[in-house]
Design a binder for this molecule. Structure first.
Ligand code: SF4
Ligand code: SF4
Length: 401
């Protein structure tokens, strides 16, 4: 692959992508799952905004043309339609996956560059994104909560205590405030059931992902630097995450000129490691289970096998794959700032995923991301399908001595 197209961003400003904008072959590989990977036309589509709004401009190919217009100064940045196109991309990365494989281009990095450019040029953010930015700048979390309450869930975790440890659990905004059941289960699983003591940061801030998604990269980097210093102060040699967005940030700090002197691990990787060493087994269950790949865990970080190996070790369950799985997975609809800015569209994406769950007759969806669980929850409940995070399921089923 030509070096100039490689991660991390060798290209700093949107203008640096100019040549790339007209190299889009309009081949459409970024729109559909490769025919050899699926037999399902109904579930062969890849790009949520393209499928929902049905104009070329919403697909990666159209975004290239828009970027070119922006660079050439021909695009009105204050136009409503432009902002809609810009912020309806869920940053799922499906286009990047296929375009890099076939055409050597980086359509998602181009999208990010366009968002950064929009912010730097003083573009007016969508009202919900303004709220997110205000919340993070004031409260250091995306949910407008008092950051001192981040560990509020800990009082409900059996035998919880704060301590020094070699392993830090970076909880993330969603698990700290909204999906606290994931934090509680992960903590209990790690400490009480697997005997791994974990420490927390004295002052955890948002990882920066929501700001990156909006285009506020400089502010996002400040958060990364703060968290990095906090982690270094603990002296921990590894950091465990239940949120793939946080995990992906800490796995790619070098792209922002920062260095991590610890190993970032998603909890599914840690659990799979312990499982393969024979350190625990899971109790038998009945039912049909499918795994939903979070975009930031699968496509971004290449973690596909570990959660599946945990599920495959549960005696009695039938593990089924949806037509779009692994690198072809359909986004849950929460990412890229879409859940906040366009809740109806975000739920349409979630319902599309549920149609696939029903297609394979699963009665339980397991995922590995608080954002995915949150966004798929409503559509799952409406169809009497249960949804659990992998940390919850493992904690529930682990055989205690
Ligand atoms: S795969 Fe790449 S080159 Fe082909 S249409 Fe999509 S963005 Fe353009
Ligand atoms: S990142 Fe996902 S949503 Fe955004 S243009 Fe690419 S395929 Fe579409």
């Amino acid at each position: 692959m030509p070096e100039q197209y490689c991660y991390p961003f060798k290209r700093k400003s949107l203008g640096d992508y100019y040549e790339m904008t007209w190299r889009c072959a309009k081949c459409g590989y970024c729109r559909n799952v490769f025919p050899s990977d699926t037999e399902h036309e109904r579930f062969g589509r890849q790009c949520p905004p393209g499928e929902r709004f049905k104009y070329e401009a919403y697909f990666a190919s159209g975004r290239s043309e828009t970027a070119r217009r922006v660079i050439e100064g021909k695009q009105d940045l204050s136009s409503e339609r432009f902002r809609h196109i810009l912020y309806t991309c869920t940053t799922c990365g499906a286009c990047e996956e296929w375009c890099q494989a076939t055409q050597w281009r980086d359509p998602l990095k181009l999208e990010y560059a366009m968002r950064r450019h929009f912010v730097r040029e003083g573009g007016e953010l969508l009202p919900q994104h303004q709220k997110t930015v205000r919340s993070i700048k004031k409260n250091r979390n995306r949910l407008n909560r008092n950051n001192r309450d981040r560990l509020g869930w800990l009082q409900y975790a059996p035998g919880a205590q704060q301590q020094q440890a070699d392993t830090v659990y970076f909880v993330g905004c969603r698990s700290s405030f909204n999906r606290t059941e994931i934090a509680r289960n992960a903590y209990e699983l790690l400490t009480r059931k697997l005997g791994i003591p974990v420490a927390f940061l004295a002052d955890e801030h948002c990882c920066g992902r929501p700001l990156l998604d909006i285009g506020e990269e400089d502010s996002a980097r400040e958060l990364m630097l703060h968290n990095l210093q906090q982690i270094q102060a603990t002296g921990a040699r590894r950091v465990v995450f239940t949120c793939p967005e946080c995990f992906s940030i800490f796995s790619n700090l070098a792209a922002f000129g920062l260095t991590a002197e610890f190993e970032p691990l998603h909890i599914s990787q840690l659990l799979a490691e312990h499982l393969h060493r024979g350190q625990y087994t899971l109790q038998a269950q009945t039912g049909t289970v499918t795994f939903h790949d979070p975009c930031y865990l699968g496509r971004r970080q290449g973690v596909f096998d570990q959660p599946r190996s945990i599920l495959a070790s549960i005696p009695g369950i039938k593990l089924v794959e949806m037509p779009r799985n692994r690198k072809n997975a359909w986004c849950c609809g929460a990412g890229g700032g879409v859940q906040e800015a366009f809740p109806d569209y975000s739920q349409w994406i979630a319902r599309e995923r549920l149609a696939e769950v029903l297609h394979v007759h699963a009665d339980l969806i397991v995922t590995a991301c608080p954002g995915c669980k949150e966004n798929l929850w409503g559509a799952a409940a409406a169809n009497q399908v249960r949804i659990l995070d992998i940390a919850e399921l493992a904690n529930m089923l682990i055989c205690e001595e």
